[in-house]
Design a protein around this ligand. Structure first.
Ligand code: 9Z3
Length: 392
């Protein structure tokens, strides 16, 4: 009898358990409520207008090593993909909720906030103590400013920042859940470079991790004690220039990271069951990119994986989606060392390009200007399919 009851009990939903555990153990960001209120208003406004809305995630996520964070692990992402994509989504008529790493690139202002030219370089002093754009920059700046103002004035762009991995996941879950009234008109475009590993709160130091034990005697209560160097230092040769094995174990910082739970399944099945979900897959090894993209699609059963390689991400991406052949999207370029009239050409090839065949510097065309119309196309088909299914 007991075994019959047991066999009738549904198996525990592991994804839901992992979600409950993660979100109760990792505290929400302090602005979550404020952000949620802004997102709700923005989403409901566009939902009522029957407009398409895209959540674009952008930039890296930090992994704090201390609760009072002095040190953290970070990644390379500047948010170029996300910020640039947001502009092309606006161009295509989407309302854009831009969930981005604080201080990473933003749509429109990205044209003036990159590392090589400081924004002050674009300005000069005008008549009567005014500040104006430099003559050579004025036309482009006016164009960008008008687009930015138009997006803001028409309430088409909402910017919400996050910093660390746990803030990102809390914000993503809340916003995705709020997007449900949009049905299939909601699009989730997950371009943020999300950390795969983190320090769980129960193993995280409350305060700055100490590099010496100078504070130990003080903390044990003998505040009058003069800190003494540890005896072990006398016995071991300590040489900063030659670590292992000469650096004593007690002097090293060994970081033990747990895997960040993969919440794409929860996103697809629970948080945003009707929205179209586009994830990105980043690799550095060309040999595994397509395989990893397909694996992700198969595992999470969402709608599109856009694969890209670190070295060539501004030149090519590959679309992997169910029921469609893999589709490489490339910006046209002049092949390094190629003969002929030197005109930019589109290379058709079903595998990654050799980075050595690419010209130096940045492409002339932003690849997002090709990615977004292709995503929009798939989104239109997705909306038709879901609406037809809902009608029948
Ligand atoms: C990407 O692959 C983005 O395209 C980049 C953009 C991060 C490469 P930048 O900010 O770079 O323009 O400099 N994003 C997603 C990477 C990611 O973390 N994907 C997860 C994974 O690969 C899955 S959601 O496991």
């Amino acid at each position: 009898m007991l075994s019959q009851i047991e066999s009738e009990t549904p198996p525990p939903n592991l994804a839901a358990l992992a979600e409950d555990h993660y979100f109760s153990a990792n505290p929400p960001p302090k602005d979550l409520e404020k952000h949620t209120a802004l997102a709700r208003e923005f989403i409901n406004y566009h939902s009522a207008a029957g407009r398409r809305l895209v959540l674009v995630t952008s930039g890296g996520t930090t992994v704090p090593l201390e609760k009072n964070t002095v040190r953290f692990i970070d990644n390379f992402s500047a948010g170029t993909r996300g910020a640039t994509s947001a502009e092309y989504f606006l161009e295509a008529g989407y309302a854009v909720l831009f969930l981005h790493r604080q201080f990473s690139l933003l749509p429109f202002s990205r044209h003036y906030s990159h590392a090589t030219d400081c924004f002050l370089d674009f300005l000069r002093e005008g008549p009567n103590g005014s500040v104006v754009a430099r003559d050579e920059d004025a036309a482009k700046m006016l164009h960008v400013l008008r687009k930015y103002r138009d997006a803001r004035d028409r309430n088409m762009l909402l910017l919400l920042p996050f910093v660390n991995i746990s803030d990102y996941l809390h914000e993503l879950r809340s916003v995705a859940q709020l997007m449900q009234p949009l049905g299939p008109r909601g699009l989730l475009y997950l371009a943020a470079a999300v950390s795969d590993f983190f320090v769980p709160p129960d193993r995280m130091s409350e305060h700055k991790i100490q590099s010496t034990d100078a504070a130990d005697a003080f903390k044990k209560g003998s505040s009058s004690a003069t800190p003494q160097p540890p005896a072990v230092e006398d016995e071991e040769t300590f040489d900063n220039f030659d670590s292992s094995p000469k650096v004593p174990r007690s002097k090293r910082l060994v970081i033990d990271l747990d895997p960040v739970p993969k919440f794409l399944k929860n996103l697809v099945e629970g948080w945003s069951p009707q929205g179209m979900i586009v994830s990105f897959k980043l690799e550095t090894d060309p040999a595994i990119l397509v395989h990893k993209a397909k694996y992700s699609l198969d595992r999470y059963q969402h709608h599109l994986v856009i694969g890209n390689l670190l070295a060539t991400r501004k030149w090519e991406v590959v679309f992997v989606s169910p029921g469609n052949p893999d589709r490489w999207i490339r910006v046209p370029f002049r092949k390094a060392g190629a003969e002929g009239d030197g005109k930019a050409v589109e290379v058709e090839k079903d595998e990654p390009l050799d980075p050595k065949s690419l010209p130096e510097g940045e492409p002339e065309v932003e690849i997002e200007s090709l990615i977004i119309p292709a995503v929009q196309d798939l989104h239109s088909k997705y909306i038709q399919t879901v609406e037809a299914r809902n009608r029948s």
